[in-house]
Design a protein around this ligand. Structure first.
Ligand code: OGA
Ligand code: NI
Length: 352
């Protein structure tokens, strides 16, 4: 989600493939990637760990209350946590990772069959590149809308590797199930009518971004993905291996999110921040790269059904505190995002 000077952010210019750059074994990164403007020096605290939530404990009456408290704390203090026992089989996760790996392993010309087209963010390429001067991220990606079915643009869905489409279809259903169950507990933690909110995610909108961060000769001079908060309700991130790279900003320090075998990383997006009336915040996060190993991640952005207005939950307003955010229709929310003034942070522009 790079910051770019343009009238609308809903399109992207083609830029070189970072994988192709990485193959050239350069000593130095091209100037367009050098980010001496970014504060890379903020030390991350290596002893801090993102909270780990066990979903088996959330559904077990014996441990429910304690784990729910832990979840509430995680949302309040971090806005990000990892979940285990989320109900998706290791086999499904591995299959998805395998397909994504095979896709990025294809020759460039083959991947380009699914390249982004002007006017659309979907497809293979880089997101939000809108000027020739803009600094670039050390990242190749493919972005696809996966649910509901009628939102799919199959012309961007790779047919190669052969199992890609089928695997992505079933993976997006798995992620919807995870989103529905974790949203239920997140809203329960807020003291809200949990069923109502998780129902809106049952009929929600889902988008998947598959990221590839090749090794980089000067990792400390580039950024894999610029710092940003997600505009989703929640985001589910699956690591493809054990190479770390995701960092989350906590108390003004970047904290590494260490991959946990079989876990899914959950982070809150702006919509959840708004629903919670600021009790929970969507954390800033970014991806850094390293000089030896390629890293891949599979990121699912989960949104409530577009018929639902986006605003602070009534119950949280009635109980005393005034609304911090405006209530917008879904269309207004996205319109504000894609047509925002870049000097103002998106979430701040939604504050009353
Ligand atoms: C994203 C994102 C982080 C990562 O795609 O929005 O935050 O580690 N990705 O890939
Ligand atoms: Ni993100």
């Amino acid at each position: 989600m790079a910051l770019a000077p343009s009238e609308s952010l809903e399109w992207s210019l083609p830029v070189p493939s970072v994988q192709e750059l990485a193959i050239q074994k350069l000593d130095k990164v091209p100037l367009r990637y050098v980010r001496d403007d970014l504060d890379q020096t903020t030390p991350s605290n290596p002893s801090l760990r993102v909270p780990l939530i066990d979903m088996n404990r959330l559904v077990n009456p014996e441990f429910h209350e304690k784990e729910l408290q832990k979840l509430h704390f995680a949302c309040q203090e971090w806005g990000v946590f990892q979940i285990i026992n989320h109900g998706v089989s290791d086999e499904s996760l591995s299959k998805m990772r395998q397909q994504v790996q095979e896709f990025f392993d294809l020759p460039l010309q083959e991947k380009k069959r699914w390249a982004q087209k002007p006017g659309s963010l979907e497809g293979y390429g880089q997101a939000f590149v809108t000027s020739e001067e803009q600094k670039l991220e050390w990242n190749d990606m493919i972005f696809l809308k996966t649910l509901p079915l009628q939102d799919r643009s199959l012309n961007f869905w790779p047919k190669n590797p052969q199992e890609f489409r089928k695997t992505l279809e079933s993976y997006s259903e798995d992620m919807r199930n995870v989103a529905v169950s974790i949203v239920r507990f997140i809203t329960m933690g807020l003291g809200l009518e949990a069923q109502k909110f998780c129902d809106t995610f049952k009929e929600g909108t889902y988008e998947i971004r598959m990221n590839c961060y090749p090794p980089c000769p000067e990792p400390e001079r580039v950024i894999g993905l610029n710092p940003h908060a997600d505009i989703s309700g929640i985001t589910l991130l699956l690591e493809c291996g054990d190479t770390p790279g995701l960092q989350v900003l906590k108390d003004e320090h970047w904290v590494n999110v260490e991959p946990v075998n079989g876990a899914i990383v959950v982070n809150l997006g702006n919509i959840m921040e708004i629903i919670s009336n600021g009790n929970y915040e969507a954390p800033d996060h970014r991806a850094v790269v390293n000089n030896s190993k390629q890293r891949m991640s599979i990121v699912t952005f989960c949104y409530p059904n577009p018929s639902v207005d986006i605003g602070p939950a009534e119950k949280l307003i009635k109980s005393g505190s005034p609304p911090v955010y405006k209530t917008l229709t879904n269309a207004e929310y996205f319109h504000s995002f894609f047509n925002r003034k870049l000097e103002v942070s998106f979430i701040d522009s939604l504050k009353i």
